[in-house]
Design a protein around this ligand. Structure first.
Ligand code: ASP
Length: 351
């Protein structure tokens, strides 16, 4: 259910923003055992009285119960997408309050299932609960709202799915959580920062997706959960690799390889990969590095991969690769359509 927050604004509000509250540390408090548990949005509202000074008309749609984002799955992405779609015309922008643990997966997933976006959809959260005096949640939440309400020459400054965290606005499907203690939790190694918030909010306009006034929002609700991630490590043996590559009910495997896409160049490993692909499973090769890209064939250690049929993930993050695989397998049945989807940009996730 969506409810409007009554601030009794004196002036005409400059924008209407819908907050989708899913949970996460921002809205958590300590239980009797000293563990952080999610609380309702009223707890958040009480702690950020400055919201009424923004002169923004705010409404909220809350998950019930709110989640620790480690419990998020594809059904929650569809729920977020459906809330945004149902309220798309009535609002100028959307803030998704979400836990940091899986925020990069969720922002990536939303960038695939919601297409034709021409309004800001900004994920944010916090490393410290908003109830804590030193919480980073205040700054993250308030500045994300400022960005979502911002217009330049009458059009939204940002019209894509983003993460705003610790002064940086990042493309959602290029982001990774890289830090669990400090406030600089997210980075985007393979794509420039979209905006930096200091005394002013400095937008990097050439890197922001251009505003497309005529685009129509579409929501794709089929996501396949028949995917897994195989992270290579030195010493991975035949039986471990065989049990992962041969897992039942799996249609897509994200293979996290070394460096620029390298894998153990032993015949048993390449043979296992070949058998997996011949059985109809899509194998998408992404790098364990945060920056750079997969270039199959650059080294001997990746030279057979193209021939076997491993799909190069280029500069996709693991988060974007996993959610894109779920989207591609949910949307297409034909193998060439699936591969084409994985290797071409759907919403700026791959170069
Ligand atoms: N476990 C929390 C979550 O992802 C962590 C956070 O929000 O920072 O929901």
């Amino acid at each position: 259910m969506t409810s409007t927050i009554d601030f009794n604004l004196a002036e005409k509000p400059r924008a209407s923003i819908l907050i989708v509250y899913t949970g996460g540390t921002l809205g958590m408090d300590y239980d009797q055992n000293g563990s952080l548990v999610p609380c309702g949005f009223d707890q958040v509202l009480k702690r950020v009285p400055v919201l009424k000074e923004l002169n923004i008309n705010l409404s909220v749609s809350s998950f019930d119960p709110p989640l620790d984002s480690s419990n998020v799955n594809a059904s929650h992405w569809i729920q977020i997408g459906q809330i945004i779609k149902d309220h798309y015309e009535a609002f100028d922008g959307f803030i998704v309050l979400h836990g940091t643990d899986t925020m990069a997966y969720s922002a990536s997933a939303l960038s695939f299932i919601l297409q034709g976006v021409n309004k800001p959809i900004i994920f944010t959260g916090a490393q410290l609960p908003i109830a804590s005096p030193r919480s980073d949640g205040h700054e993250n939440f308030v500045t994300a709202l400022e960005i979502a309400a911002d217009l330049q020459d009458g059009v939204p400054s940002v019209s894509e799915v983003c993460i705003f965290f610790n002064h940086l606005l990042l493309r959602g499907n290029r982001s990774k959580k890289v830090e669990s203690q400090h406030f600089d939790a997210f980075e985007s190694e393979n794509y420039p920062v979209l905006a930096e918030a200091g005394i002013i909010i400095d937008y990097n306009l050439p890197s922001i997706k251009p505003y497309e006034p005529a685009s129509k929002l579409r929501l794709y609700t089929q996501l396949s959960e028949e995917v897994l991630i195989l992270k290579l490590f030195p010493g991975i043996n035949r039986s471990t690799a065989a049990s992962i590559l041969g897992a039942a009910n799996v249609k897509g495997i994200i293979m996290e390889s070394y460096g620029s896409g390298n894998v153990p160049h032993q015949s048993w490993f390449l043979e296992l990969l070949k058998q997996t692909i011949e059985s109809g499973v899509v194998v998408l090769n992404v790098s364990q590095c945060n920056g750079g890209r997969v270039v199959q064939g650059k080294y001997e250690a990746s030279s057979s991969l193209d021939k076997i049929g491993v799909v190069s993930g280029g500069d996709l993050t693991t988060e974007a690769a996993t959610t894109k695989m779920m989207y591609a397998l949910g949307r297409y049945t034909d193998m060439s359509d699936i591969k084409n989807c994985l290797t071409t940009s759907v919403s700026g996730e791959i170069n």
